[in-house]
Design a protein around this ligand. Structure first.
Ligand code: DHB
Length: 372
């Protein structure tokens, strides 16, 4: 976005190009975020290969309930397209622009963020690279160098850790249904998603200390079948598992998202649990706000949007935290607390069976980042 406005930037990526292009993440792109990718010239393949969806299904008490998202959210839809495919498209665009992008660059220090000329130092193939800039965008996740550059006492951190993890698999199996399925079963959560007409992406809620060794292929498929089946639709398509991983679940917010000339974006500032797939959407929502603020600074000599960056983002971030927390709590049975389970089931029935609750859910699902 900055490049399109003639504003120079340098991107330092800690990992290799191969690593970031292969790292499997979620695959749901919101309506407004898909439009953003298209506007900046990174949406061509997404529009061609992405799957446009207009609903989701909830399964509970052995039944299936479709939420007609598009109908309840003014015709808006979402696109199923893997996050690493978006990453590939953004890298290809950057490389085609001939703009600086360094892989395997380990940032060792970020200095001078309370002055007008911060400096970032990185090592690259054993050489020192020093970047002098007007601004630093900390888009380097929750363990990145931007975090370490924040002085103790300059920010607050809000956190919730959930008592379960997700085991995710990518399987060579044609999706058995056209839309995503979120299931709440006594044994735990399950999610049916996909990447293409021949590749399924599935998730199982597991205990936080479970390891992949405890989950051989048959156990994964049996458990998915049990949690996702209904009286009418008893079976899933099985196939070879191409990739697997376990992800822990937490919610984190850092306030404020700005410290001097250092602006935090994406996971550096906030983490959402995966239920609802808001992580990447939220990150792209942040950089859209930051881009406008930086553009106004150069083109209009106006710092007001830089000053409002953090409060503007945090309103949207907390909305996404609320939504991700709501989806997570509603769909993951608590193994110890049956009062909580009663409340969850009432909430799920309300979401699936009343138009008012389904409308709020739909708007948040398809286009939360537009805050509409
Ligand atoms: C996917 C991931 C999610 O977290 C979700 O809520 C829906 C879909 C996915 O990877 O396809």
């Amino acid at each position: 976005m900055l490049h399109l406005e003639g504003i120079e930037s340098v991107i330092l990526e800690q990992r290799s190009r191969e690593y970031v292009e292969k790292r499997v993440r979620a695959g749901v792109i919101e309506f407004g975020i898909a439009n953003l990718l298209e506007e900046v010239g990174a949406g061509e393949r997404m529009r061609r290969q992405g799957l446009v969806h207009r609903g989701i299904e909830f399964r509970y008490d052995h039944g299936a309930h479709r939420i007609p998202l598009s109908e309840l959210a003014d015709g808006r839809s979402y696109t199923v397209y893997g996050q690493q495919e978006v990453v590939k498209d953004l890298i290809a665009l950057r490389v085609a622009q001939g703009a600086p992008l360094y892989f395997d660059a380990e940032v060792t220090s970020i200095e001078g963020v309370t002055t007008n000329s911060p400096t970032v130092e990185a090592t690259l193939d054993g050489e020192l690279l020093r970047v002098h800039a007007d601004f630093v965008a900390g888009c380097d996740g929750s363990f990145g160098a931007s975090h370490r550059a924040l002085p103790e006492g300059a920010f607050r951190r809000f956190e919730r850790v959930y008592p379960f993890s997700w085991l995710g698999i990518l399987a060579e199996a044609p999706p058995a249904t056209e839309e995503l399925i979120y299931a709440r079963h006594e044994n735990g959560f399950a999610l049916y998603s996909m990447r293409s007409p021949s590749i399924s992406r599935l998730y199982l809620g597991v205990r936080p200390d479970d390891s992949l060794e405890e989950w051989p292929d048959d156990r994964i498929w049996d458990e998915l079948s049990e949690r996702l089946s209904t009286d009418e639709r008893p079976e899933l398509n099985r196939g070879p598992i191409l990739e697997r991983g376990i992800t822990s679940m937490r919610s984190v917010v850092i306030e404020p998202m700005r410290f001097g000339r250092l602006f935090l974006a994406g996971d550096a500032a906030h983490i959402v649990p995966p239920t609802g797939a808001k992580g990447m959407n939220l990150a792209l929502g942040d950089v859209r706000v930051l881009y406008e603020a930086v553009r106004n600074f150069y083109q209009k000599d106006d710092e007001s949007l830089l000053d409002s960056y953090s409060p503007t983002c945090l309103e949207r971030v907390w909305r996404a935290e609320e939504f991700s927390n709501y989806m997570t709590q509603m769909l993951h049975p608590n193994y110890e607390d049956d009062f909580e389970n009663g409340v969850q089931r009432a909430r799920l029935r309300q979401a699936a069976e009343t138009r008012e609750a389904a409308t709020v859910l739909s708007r948040n699902y398809v286009d939360l980042n537009s805050l509409s």
